[in-house]
Design a binder for this molecule. Sequence first.
Ligand SMILES: *[C@@H]1O[C@H](CO)[C@@H](O)[C@H](O)[C@H]1NC(C)=O
Length: 98
Amino acid sequence: VRHKNRMSILQGQDDIFLDLKQKFWNTYKSGLMYWPFVQLTNFSLIPVHWRTAYTGLCGFLWATFLCFSQQTGDGTLKSAFILLRTKAAGAVERPPEK
Ligand SMILES: *[C@@H]1O[C@H](CO)[C@@H](O)[C@H](O)[C@H]1NC(C)=O
């Protein structure tokens, strides 16, 4: 099965720059919103001893977001929030099993 969003080169996709063209600027803009926010909170809210751990956690979340963008998202933070919201709503609405 050929998924159009899997890693382009390994998949032998015809246009290996398609993902880049479609998602780069969205992802770049997301980064410009995300990292200044992380830095602001890092230096204003987080105690010195926790800053390294906090930055590591935020880096992990960012990497997770990049993986999501590659698979299903379009590089915007909005697409990730929409997925989170539908997942959360689905968990609530799912009828109890038994
Ligand atoms: C958070 O603060 C620590 C120490 O003050 C610094 O080393 C780290 O680079 C900062 N991280 C970010 C993302 O601002």
